[in-house]
Design a protein around this ligand. Structure first.
Ligand code: C2E
Ligand code: MG
Ligand code: MG
Ligand code: MG
Length: 284
C-alpha cells in the first residue's frame, strides 16, 4: 500500500512539475514573442519634493500588454524574464526607450528632471552592460547626470562582483540608488563599499509608518544612516498625508507614491508635468 501510494504521489508530483514547466515554457515563449512584437510599454511615476510639492523626476515602470491576456504587471513577468535571461534584451529596450523619452522631455521647457530606471542583476552582470549604457546615452543624447539606476538591495548586498561595474557606471556620471532598502536582510557594513548616491526606503515601512512603531523606527534609522554617510534618501509607497508628515518630520524630503500620482502613461505624465509647472508659476 505504501509503495502504491508513493508511486501515485510521485506521478501526481511529476504531472504537476510537467504542468508547471509547460506553463513556464508557454509564458517564456510569449515573453519572447512580446519583445519581438513590441507588446511592452512604459509608465512614469513622479518623484516629488514633499516640502515644495515640486516634481523632481520620474521612475520608468514597464508594462506588458498581451494581445489575449491584457495588461500584465511586472511582478508577474520580471522574475521569469530574469530566470530565462530575456531581461537582458527587454531591459535594454526599457533603458533605450526611457532615455529617449526623458531626453525628449528635457528639450521641453521643464525644470531638469531625473529619470530612474530599474535594473536587474542579470543586466548588471552582463558583460556588455556598460558599453550598452554608453551607446544608449550617445544615441538618445540624455545627460548622464539626469539618469539614475535603481538596483534592489538584496542584489547589491550579496553579489560583490557588482562593485567594479557600479564604479564604471558612476564614472559615466550616472547616479545609483538602492531600491527596496531595508528588506535585504544583510549587515550594513557593505554600504560603505558601494559607490551609491541614494537609499530608497521600501514601501513596507512607509505603509504603516503612522501606526506602527517598528516601521517608524526603521524608516527613521534609514534616514539617519543616509544623512550620516552623505547619501540622499527617498521614500516609496506614499499613499497618505500622514506618510508625508511622518517622513518629513524625520527629515526625508523626497517621496513617490499614489498620494502624488500613480504611474502614468506618456500623455498623462505630460499633463502632470504641465499642471505641476503651472502650480509652481502661480506661486510666484
Ligand atoms: P519597484 O521598483 O520597487 O517599484 C515600485 C512599485 O510600487 C511599482 O509597482 C509601483 O507601481 C508601486 N507603487 C508606487 N507607488 C505606490 C503606492 O503609493 N502604493 C503602492 N501600494 N504601490 C505603489 P510595479 O510597477 O508593479 O513594479 C513592481 C516591481 O517590478 C518594481 O518594484 C521593480 O522591482 C519591478 N520593475 C518594474 N519595472 C521594471 C523595469 O523596467 N525593469 C526591471 N528590471 N524591473 C522592473
Ligand atoms: Mg524601483
Ligand atoms: Mg522599490
Ligand atoms: Mg518594490
Amino acid at each position: 500500500y505504501v509503495k502504491e501510494r508513493g508511486k501515485n504521489d510521485y506521478m501526481i508530483f511529476n504531472q504537476q512539475m510537467e504542468h508547471q514547466s509547460l506553463e513556464r515554457r508557454l509564458l517564456e515563449n510569449a515573453l519572447r514573442q512580446g519583445i519581438r512584437e513590441q507588446q511592452f510599454y512604459l509608465e512614469y511615476q513622479p518623484k516629488v519634493n514633499m516640502t515644495s510639492n515640486k516634481l523632481m523626476g520620474m521612475e520608468a515602470l514597464v508594462r506588458w500588454n498581451h494581445p489575449e491576456l491584457g495588461i500584465i504587471s511586472p511582478g508577474k513577468f520580471i522574475p521569469l524574464a530574469e530566470e530565462s535571461g530575456l531581461i537582458v534584451p527587454l531591459g535594454e529596450w526599457i533603458l533605450r526607450e526611457s532615455c529617449r523619452q526623458a531626453s525628449a522631455w528635457g528639450a521641453l521647457d521643464v525644470p531638469p528632471l531625473t529619470l530612474s530606471v530599474n535594473i536587474s542583476v542579470r543586466q548588471l552582470v552582463d558583460r556588455d552592460f556598460v558599453d550598452k549604457l554608453k551607446t544608449i546615452l550617445q544615441e538618445t543624447g540624455l545627460n548622464p547626470r539626469r539618469l539614475e539606476l535603481e538596483i534592489t538591495e538584496s542584489v547589491l548586498a550579496n553579489i560583490k562582483s557588482t562593485i567594479p561595474i557600479l564604479k564604471e557606471i558612476k564614472k559615466l556620471g550616472i547616479q545609483i540608488s538602492i531600491d527596496d532598502f531595508g528588506t535585504g536582510y544583510s549587515s550594513l557594513s557593505y554600504i560603505k563599499e558601494l559607490p551609491i548616491d541614494t537609499l530608497k526606503i521600501d514601501q513596507s515601512f512607509v505603509k504603516d509608518i503612522h501606526t506602527n512603531k517598528e516601521s517608524k523606527e526603521i524608516a527613521k534609522a534609514i534616514i539617519n544612516l543616509a544623512s550620516s554617510i552623505g547619501l540622499n534618501v527617498i521614500a516609496e509607497g506614499i499613499e497618505l498625508e500622514e506618510h508625508v508628515d511622518e517622513l518629513s518630520k524625520d527629515g526625508c524630503i523626497l517621496g513617490q507614491g499614489y498620494f502624488y500620482s500613480r504611474p502614468l502613461k506618456v500623455e498623462a505624465f505630460e499633463d502632470y508635468m504641465t499642471t505641476n509647472q503651472e502650480s509652481l508659476y502661480s506661486l510666484n
